[in-house]
Write a new protein. Structure first.
Length: 391
């Protein structure tokens, strides 16, 4: 017995065992695992005492979409496997025209498609324009109901200046400074041929906490929910803030019975959790629980320096209550590469996950937009996620 205790202490000191044995239910494990004998057994891809940390692994430096060498910056990347050719991967990403850096995302951002034939990590090569400037924040899902890909994004077409500068314009209610407010929808049968459906959820010209809406992140409920009539087809997570974004940025959900809307705010008077954040990414796990990754705007994160930029939130029902895990950090600004190279990024935002294709919803890759300290350019970084069992 004494020997066991000493071994346990040693293992715990070495970080081989959880240091506190504190769970009583699955909520204590962030719904990212089960609680067994007061210890969280995390699902593959998640780690830490409360399964609140992504099990990020060193990956290759040649990954994602990094065109900063030739002067092109990008942001907001999302990976999709081709439905017909399983060896082909698409990256839907926003990049900035005229060689403009991240400070000029508005109005220079446009949405493009890039391809990789060397696996989902990339590197990806530019293939086509999808939406011209100003278009930003693409998030794409395959809709079984529509039998189409749906792309949710922000923006409206603008004649951009010939040199990098900010201009004041609006894409509708909620913001007259940089056109960020209002969510648009595009559809495509194949990711190649896109049709615009215009703005499907505008902001508002009132004093609502979320008059200015951006950062769309859609979720279509999986087929097992469809038998229950009360469920909406589309759930849309978004970031709200007061008019002209003159106050706290927080997360809310909107729901619609058809993908083209109308979309109704789930909580008209308050966000789904009281923690400042943006860039939500939402998914449903194999147990039917709901999860979000967000870019945290708490004091130890925000726009630059970080380091605790990535946070996780979870709920048993999409309607909530949602719990924001403010104890653990899902990912930080530090990235270790497989050659030992370490980068502490200035900004690391816009998280999205690429899941295993076996229905287990195991996160296998983390996509983020990154900007280096002192760097004007930004690029799309993709990092592998391990099986959660440690190295
Ligand atoms: C991205 O490209 C820039 C410019 O070539 C380079 O300095 C940077 O190290 C690259 N990032 C990675 C992760 O290799
Ligand atoms: C235009 O927008 C910028 C931010 O993009 C802001 O700093 C500036 O005050 C705005 N100018 C006017 C005239 O509203
Ligand atoms: C693209 O889609 C539109 C609308 O579905 C269709 O009319 C058009 O023929 C398609 N174009 C190509 C090149 O496939
Ligand atoms: C938003 O900003 C614009 C440009 O500075 C200003 O004219 C307008 O009054 C602002 N609106 C609100 C509601 O703050
Ligand atoms: C997390 O949030 C709760 C509720 O707001 C608060 O009571 C607690 O002190 C916070 N914990 C940390 C580590 O920030």
């Amino acid at each position: 017995m004494k020997q066991f205790v000493q071994l346990t202490l040693l293992a715990s000191t070495l970080g081989l065992l959880p240091t506190s044995l504190a769970c009583t239910n699955e909520e204590d494990c962030g719904l990212n695992g089960i609680c067994s004998h007061n210890t969280c057994i995390c699902d593959p891809g998640w780690t830490g005492n409360d399964c609140g940390r992504l099990d990020l692994r060193p990956g290759p430096r040649a990954n994602g979409y990094n065109l900063t060498e030739e002067g092109t910056s990008s942001w907001c990347n999302q990976i999709l496997q081709d439905r017909l050719n399983k060896d082909l991967y698409h990256l839907i990403v926003s990049e900035f025209t005229h060689g403009c850096g991240l400070d000029y995302w508005s109005p220079f951002s446009r949405i493009i498609r890039a391809e990789s034939t060397t696996g989902p990590l990339g590197p990806y090569t530019f293939k086509q324009d999808i939406a011209p400037s100003f278009a930003h924040n693409p998030t794409v899902i395959w809709s079984e109901t529509d039998q189409k890909y749906l792309m949710y994004n922000i923006g409206c077409p603008q004649n951009v200046p010939s040199t990098c500068q900010n201009v004041n314009f609006t894409c509708g209610p909620g913001n007259t400074l940089n056109g960020e407010s209002g969510i648009s929808l595009w559809s495509s049968p194949d990711l190649y041929n896109w049709t615009s459906h215009g703005q499907i959820m505008p902001g508002t010209n009132n004093n609502a906490w979320d008059a200015d809406i951006t950062n769309p992140a859609p979720l279509h409920l999986s087929s097992h929910h469809k038998t229950r009539n009360s469920h909406p087809q589309t759930i849309l997570a978004y970031r709200g803030c007061p008019y002209n974004c003159s106050g706290a940025e927080q997360i809310n959900l909107a729901i619609a019975s058809v993908s083209t809307g109308p979309y109704t705010r789930l909580h008209p008077d308050s966000p789904i959790f009281p923690f400042p954040s943006e860039d939500p990414f939402i998914w449903e796990d194999k147990r039917g629980n709901y999860h979000m990754l967000v870019h945290s705007l708490l004091a130890d994160a925000g726009f630059g320096d970080g380091p605790n930029v990535g946070r996780h939130a979870f709920a048993r029902s999409w309607a909530g209550p949602w719990t924001f895990n403010n104890a653990s950090v899902a990912f930080t600004t530090r990235v270790v590469f497989e050659d030992g190279f370490v980068v502490d990024y200035f900004r690391r935002e816009r998280p999205s996950l690429f899941f295993s294709g076996d229905g287990e919803m195991r996160p296998v890759l983390l996509s983020t937009g990154v900007q280096e300290v002192g760097g004007m350019g930004s690029y799309s970084l993709i990092q592998p996620i391990g099986d959660g069992k440690g190295i």
